[in-house]
Ligand binder design. Sequence first.
Ligand code: ADP
Ligand code: GLC
Length: 491
Amino acid sequence: MNTPDKPLRICLASPEFAPLAKTGGLADVSAALSLYLHRAGHDVRVLIPRYSRIEALGLDIEPVEGIASMHINLGGADLNFGIDRTTLPDTDLPVYLLRCPALYGRDAIYTNDPDEHLRFVLLSRAVLEMCQRLEFAPDIVSCHDWQTALVPLYLKTVYAWDELFRATKSTLTIHNIGYQGMFGAWTLDQLGLAGAEYHLHQDDLKEGVINFLKTGILYADLITTVSPTYAREILGEDYGMGLNNLLRDRADSLVGILNGVDYAEWNPAVDSLIPANYSPQDMSGKVVCKERLMLETGLDVQADRPLVGIVSRLVGQKGFDLVENVVPALLEQRDFAVTVLGSGESRYEDFFNWLKTRFAGRAGFYQGFSNELAHWIEAGADMFLMPSLYEPSGLNQMYSLKYGTVPIVRETGGLADSVEQINPDAASGTGILFRDYNPQGLNWALNRGLDLYADPALWTQLVANGMQMDFSWERQGTRYVELFRQLGQTS
Ligand code: ADP
Ligand code: GLC
């Protein structure tokens, strides 16, 4: 591990992995990061649950000899499980699938079922069981979000006896501190800590709570999060969601690395999902995309009317209470259209359904999940709106830049790290940022976008600025490798 060019052995465990299992950006990132590491010559083994939705994808899946049938008892829960193998479509990256129909044979990736903790305890145990049986001694076990955040503790307790893991370091990547995996202390026995329970946060336990993400923060050898600004923000009360003090204690081991973009998938020049391709050299396809998008999402087809796009999980984090406050009034005042793709909390779904009816022809809403429509909106809209309350990294604003769709974002987290404020006098910058999370901020930003759009020469330059930006994994991924190597040099 200390040899600079020696390939690293990396085991990556994640609850999401695109395109096999996706609810949000975690899926894109865990897949693209793994692929980057694999292509850089490292030995990468990915483990994700074999959710029932994976069956519909028609992948070639083979049981893995020696680990196709295993058993574990977790505090009275007797679980039979096995590990199968496939590859990430169109690549040779091995992806291991944790098969346990009793836990993963459900429609949703995440549930509110009473055994939700167990679904991810098993994932966290299975990743180490798999390494043992494959005699794969990882340099790094890369964990993602609360669902795999117990792995660092398992390595330091339940599996500490095993020489195989002598040099293994664990990393925990926090994609979103708003989701911590908090369960009642009654789940304690089912964590399978075998006498090492005292390592859990004792004050929490007294209060009857076990917090998976907190446990990961306590025991991971390195904590990363998905942008430098978010890494700073979560050290404070406003963004730390109760974990800020703990993170401060571990600030020396906390690093922010902005997410990357997989430009093989998100690039208007090669995107096979959109109605017409285009590039900075020839933008004519973008108008085609806009007209088709307007048509398909029930808008009046009017190519010169500014079109604002949104693709999002419809949850509080994403700033929809501001949208509710600002967008209807602005649609009364100014001539523009908005088209939205998303699903989530019913209050926001109801709002967008109402908006669509109230402003028929100028407001569109597709309620649900559609990767194809997400691409269409990136390509067809003029502006992309992300007024997030907080945004650890955000991917859509980076996709938007590549598609020549000017992002309008709140200045927080990865949005602040990837969008540069437009300066009309210098024709510089790539998007519009507003700082204060209030309706006036969003109102200002949207009006500014509409005003700038009215100056075609300036707009063309701003669009070109954004399209030149490079957030590829080839750039961001090297930071992970550097950090992984540095970890190997620590004892
Ligand atoms: P988050 O992970 O918080 O949801 P990101 O911006 O990192 O936010 O990533 C969101 C990803 O999920 C993007 O790839 C986006 O296109 C996708 N996405 C979100 N909602 C939908 C939806 N309803 N249909 C299709 N893709 C969606
Ligand atoms: C999270 C964050 C988002 C980030 C994604 C991938 O869900 O909300 O900002 O881009 O994870 O890291």
